[in-house]
Design a protein around this ligand. Sequence first.
Ligand SMILES: [Zn+2]
Length: 201
Amino acid sequence: MSDSDNWKIPASTDQCARCSAGLAVDDEVTVLLSFSEEGPNREDLCATCGNNVDASGSDVFWRHKLPESAVASPVVDYALLREMFQRMLPRSEPIYQRLSYLVGLVLVRKRFLRLRGFERREGEEVMVVARGAGEPSFDVPAPHLSAEVLVETREHLKRLLAADLPSEDFEGVTALDAEEGSESGDPVTSAGSESQTLDES
Ligand SMILES: [Zn+2]
């Protein structure tokens, strides 16, 4: 195993990743995601360090005022998750393949992607998905994830999002759930179900 360990530092939105200055609610924070060979990494930076960010081609960065929720109860940013998926999917390094697969499963679960099935291509398992009905299919690598690797990959994702994906997002991650052991999963709520019955008049 030669994967970089720097992502194992817990996600922090209350301290600048470079100078350790405290970050408070309403401070301007620069979030930088970089995608090196060692795997994706996230840094939350104070205004000063953020101004020195020189993002290379594949990096993503944005500035925002640190919201209350980032400190109190982190919210999963699914737009960010989809953006990350786009950047990670073309990469061939195992760490990107594992993350792409896990994120792909979550996006299927959240109905951002449609699952068309699993197939083997040149001995490798792939998950075939599409962005919607009538859209072209594409492959997402589907490497076998041991329970241990699954937990590690999920932790990595948690750090990138600076938020923990709710356990229900992983429901239907067939077989993987069974191996994962029972982390205290939140009860499934019906929040987010689309049952709009409003008429325009
Ligand atoms: Zn700083």
